[in-house]
Design a protein around this ligand. Sequence first.
Ligand code: CA
Length: 231
Amino acid sequence: MTTSKKIHLLIVEDEAPIRDMIKFSLPAEFVVTEAENTAQAKTCIADRQPDIILLDWMLPGMSGVEFAKALRSATLTKNIPIILLTAKAEEENKIKGFDAGADDYITKPFSPRELIARIRSILKRGPIAYPDEVLVIGDIALNLQKHEVKIKNDILSLTPVNYRLLAFFMKHPNRTYSRDQLLQHVWENALEKTDRVVDVQIKRLRAVLSPYGCSEIIQTVRGSGYKMVQP
Ligand code: CA
């Protein structure tokens, strides 16, 4: 919560009547920002970090569930409480919403009183610390939120390309990728790059891992490409 005691609430909802209903029923301690879609919501969040987000499930473009996942995976937004608004009441969707990282879930139509009670109950819990997502293979631990790679408590110094390459392999261990596939997945402007670029970067990545005895983790698969092997 902010020091001014005002609660900054962001509504992401494409239906104006619902936004209005929420806005006009909230007590004066709430400062409300509105977004019609997730693109607008991103701008609002960049301008000012809200204390809580009411997020509609069915939005044009990116859905509320996808957006909730994206917020949870970013360092700056991962701890903002999210209440999903939805017209669907099925259990299965509820689970999907919680998997995406929503803190609560409210089914339309809902009364303003019910909504306010939910908001207060979430804010009363205090800041929720969502753990960072860390991929671990052998001695290598890669923190997806901090973009940090550690081996036995040493923080590795990696270039952005080496970081992305390592993260890609760690997300997909034991699978062989051709140089072309790696270019597509890891490089921006992949079309301008050649296979040689992949070899160079793999070599650099191995050189960083080598002092820790981890360079063998990325194997060359003759005639095919590269793969990361889980020791
Ligand atoms: Ca909607």
